[in-house]
Design a protein around this ligand. Structure first.
Ligand code: ADP
Ligand code: F6P
Length: 453
């Protein structure tokens, strides 16, 4: 097999200990560990004013991975990243048509940046390379590379949901995007539901022989994450948190500050727990770790203000002089500390309104002590729900459903917790970051062979 070339908008900084929160970078970093040699191309994470022509990619090699990154101009960052990717495609693909705020100029900027990425990547390619493009920022990239004469296998993976045609067609350039996706030898999505939707979209856009679509769920490295959690557990940050709880139960939530994560609805579900089951007052603590994400996009700024208000209101209404019902952090936390927090928590609360997969749910399972595991409360609308059916599944829009599941989790016998966790852990260990990339790349090779036979 040739060299693997990953292309994604967000590229982790290998020198930084604290990677940006987000499933793409975490899943890929785990998946690449065993690849012999990889080129990872994408945005540098920096903005710089336009100079003469395209910016030169900056190359840096760490271990087996060479990172090639380019900056964006402020105008490109605005039109391509903030607007078309995150104020148009993101809400639409998360079934939030009402939040989609379309402007044709942003579509043009999105196409321009995809073209610029293709021009920058092409000279770095070698014969025998296999290109794997990641996520919704780069739907047209495969076609732009083909336009430049690139003829190696190109696969695409979508980390977020893909909606039905009845929704996606509301996007003015829907057909143009679906046309560009035909350039890929294989398109991977997270779930069977997404695969069905994408096939339906491709057919509706008039493709009688649409590009091959496979459902290939992403995972984590559960063994490594479990070890990280067990080691971190004895460390100072976890023991400090533990000491502050005085042997009382802890519920944990860990998400980027994003409206798709259902944070407002989750807080209301927790409030309903406190209203309906007063026996938990002064006992349970809910720790929500939520680093600010996409803070330049207006919807995200509004959400932040709303969450601040909701947390303040609930704490104000229920707190006692020696008890704060919700502890709310808007900073990123080092990954190993997060792993230790998960292990300490009696309940993992993961209630997105829609989510491509949700790696936090899998991390929570992998971090548990098998002798005394916690309980996962999971949204039925997360991509992870079909695999993690042994969790307590809830409708994230229903505060009573969340409250009942939390009460059940907080009062569950150790025997039932162990039995549920065993089933969950089997799933988390059978679909990992490694099986995800191996299965996708294997299918990409077969798909290419069939096409050229
Ligand atoms: P998304 O890709 O939409 O952000 P996922 O749940 O799939 O959602 O992935 C989120 C990843 O980001 C997980 O690996 C999680 O551990 C990490 N993460 C989330 N919140 C934080 C945080 N506060 N600090 C550090 N990492 C975080
Ligand atoms: O997994 C979905 C995703 O959008 C990734 O593509 C992205 O890297 C991550 O969430 C975090 O978002 P952002 O890169 O905009 O900070």
């Amino acid at each position: 097999m040739g060299r693997l070339v990953i292309v994604s908008n967000r590229v982790p900084d290998p020198r930084e200990r604290n990677q940006p929160a987000g499933g793409l970078a975490v899943g890929l970093a785990d998946a690449l560990r065993d690849e012999p040699s990889t080129l990872w191309f994408g945005w540098s994470g920096h903005k710089s004013e336009a100079g003469e022509g395209d910016p030169e990619p900056q190359l840096e090699t760490y271990g087996k991975v060479t990172y090639a990154t380019v900056p964006l101009t402020p105008a490109q960052h605005y039109g391509y990243y903030q607007r078309f990717s995150n104020a148009i495609l993101w809400p639409l693909c998360h079934y939030r048509l009402g939040l989609m705020n379309y402007c044709r100029k942003d579509w043009q900027e999105y196409l321009e940046v995809n073209r610029m990425f293709a021009r920058q990547l092409k000279p770095l390619l070698k014969p025998g390379d296999v290109i794997w493009v990641q996520d919704y920022h780069l739907f047209p990239l495969g076609q732009e590379l083909r336009n430049l004469g690139v003829n190696v296998p190109i696969g695409f993976f979508l980390h977020i949901p893909f909606p039905p045609w009845s929704l996606f067609r509301a996007l003015p350039p829907a057909t143009a995007l679906l046309h560009d996706m035909q350039a890929y030898d294989l398109i991977g999505v997270q779930t069977d539901e997404d695969a069905g939707n994408l096939r339906e979209n491709l057919k509706a856009a008039g493709y009688n022989h649409p590009a091959r679509v496979v459902a290939c769920p992403i995972g984590i490295d559960p063994i490594k994450f479990g070890e990280t959690a067990a080691n971190a557990y004895e460390g100072e940050p976890i023991q400090r948190l533990r000491g502050s709880l005085h042997d009382e139960p802890l519920i944990i939530g860990v998400d980027r500050l994003d409206y798709s994560k259902g944070l407002e609805e989750r807080f209301l579900g927790y409030e309903r727990l406190l209203t309906r089951y007063p026996e938990h007052h002064r006992h349970v603590t809910y720790l929500q770790v939520t680093p600010v994400s996409r803070g330049e996009v207006e919807e995200y700024r509004q959400l932040r203000r709303q969450l601040d208000e909701t947390v303040g209101r609930i704490n104000g209404a229920f707190a006692a002089s020696d008890w704060t019902p919700i502890r709310y952090l808007t900073r990123p936390v080092p990954r190993e500390v997060l792993a230790g927090f998960y292990r300490l928590a009696d309940v993992g609360l993961v209630t997105p309104l829609r989510d491509g997969m949700n790696l936090v749910a899998k991390e929570y399972v992998a971090a548990q002590d098998p002798q005394d595991p916690g309980v996962l409360v999971l949204s039925r609308l997360a991509g992870a729900a079909p695999e993690l059916s042994q969790a307590l599944l809830v409708n994230p829009h229903d505060a009573d459903d969340i409250a009942e599941a939390l009460h059940r989790a907080l009062t569950m016998t150790r025997e039932e917790r162990q039995q549920r966790w065993t089933g969950l852990n089997t799933e988390v260990c059978s679909t990992t970051a490694e099986t995800w990339s191996r299965d996708f790349l294997h299918a990409l090779h077969s798909s290419r062979r069939e096409a050229t036979a």
